[in-house]
Design a protein around this ligand. Structure first.
Ligand SMILES: [Zn+2]
Length: 289
């Protein structure tokens, strides 16, 4: 069994020169060297814009791109875009290869009341889903996250990201986060700085906290026994959001930790120990773009 340990709380990414290959459901860190001072710079991937911020330490524009777990394996074009007045200026087009992942299958047996939902429960679940979907559509222009992300608890990985789940013999939606088995009552830490976007008991997720980290990035903490976060509050990296529990559809105390980046469902573990891929240099232009 893998263990998710606290990642070091660094302030900067490590910049390395790596190939432009990423796996389904991974976070792709990007660093762009651009000599001009730009007010705004984005990477557009599959029609979705991911902003970049200037790093004084590295002298580059840096950011993170979320690759959804269901992105078709293929080679895609990323556009590096800046704005001049109201209009877009393409600085460069770069290719990014997305590789297939065999996420595997998880078979679970749960009480039928948690799987075969009656009409009233189904209405509740649908309403909660709509609420979450509209929450994730909101894009905060301000970037609240800084530097490295940390693991919210130190626990054993009991449910991997991306599992195609078969519950009581029926095919269900995939697992869009990681399950970390850990003692009930263990404090759950904010993986980065943000604003508490939602505190709510949800049918499947139990007592839940969702953080908005800005730039369309959200983190989720589910099945808590107790919530300590307050909706609307700003929280720092490492702040206690609540305590580990087994509320909602859960078979024992664990934390479900999920990440959404501009709609992309990504593996939270791929956010830890990120290395930035240096992609463009106008001083030393790489070949093969
Ligand atoms: Zn889970």
């Amino acid at each position: 069994m893998l263990t998710c340990k606290f990642a070091p709380v660094g302030n900067h990414f490590r910049v390395e020169s790596l190939p432009r290959v990423v796996k389904q459901g991974e976070v792709y860190p990007i660093s762009v060297l651009e000599p001009k001072s730009l007010k705004s710079i984005y990477v557009e991937f599959q029609g979705v814009r991911f902003p970049l911020a200037f790093s004084k330490q590295n002298g580059t524009y840096e950011g993170l791109i979320g690759i959804d777990m269901d992105t078709q394996p293929s080679t895609y074009e990323m556009k590096i875009i800046t704005k001049d007045g109201g209009s877009d200026i393409h600085l460069s087009n770069l290719s990014l290869k997305v590789e297939k992942v065999d996420f595997g299958i998880q078979k679970l047996s749960l009480p039928s009341s948690m799987v075969d939902l009656d009409r009233k429960t189904l209405e509740r679940v649908n309403k909660e889903e709509r609420r979450l979907n509209s929450l994730f559509l909101a894009f905060r222009e301000e970037r609240l996250w800084r530097g490295a992300f940390i693991c919210p608890v130190e626990g054993e990985l009991s449910g991997a990201f991306g599992f195609r789940r078969i519950i009581n013999g029926q095919r269900r939606s995939p697992h869009t986060g990681v399950d970390l088995r850990v003692k009930e009552g263990t404090p759950v830490l904010a993986c980065n700085s943000g604003i508490v976007a939602l505190v709510k008991p949800l049918f499947f997720s139990g007592k839940s906290v969702i953080l908005d980290h800005g730039w369309g990035f959200y983190s989720m903490y589910f099945h808590l026994s107790e919530v300590l976060a307050k909706e609307g509050n700003r929280v720092g990296k490492g702040a206690i959001m609540g305590r580990v529990g087994s509320t909602g559809r859960s078979t024992g105390p664990h934390l479900h930790w999920g990440i959404k980046m501009n709609g992309a469902r990504v593996d939270p573990l791929s956010l830890l120990n990120l290395k930035v891929h240096r992609l463009m240099s106008s001083r030393h232009p790489p070949t093969g773009f």
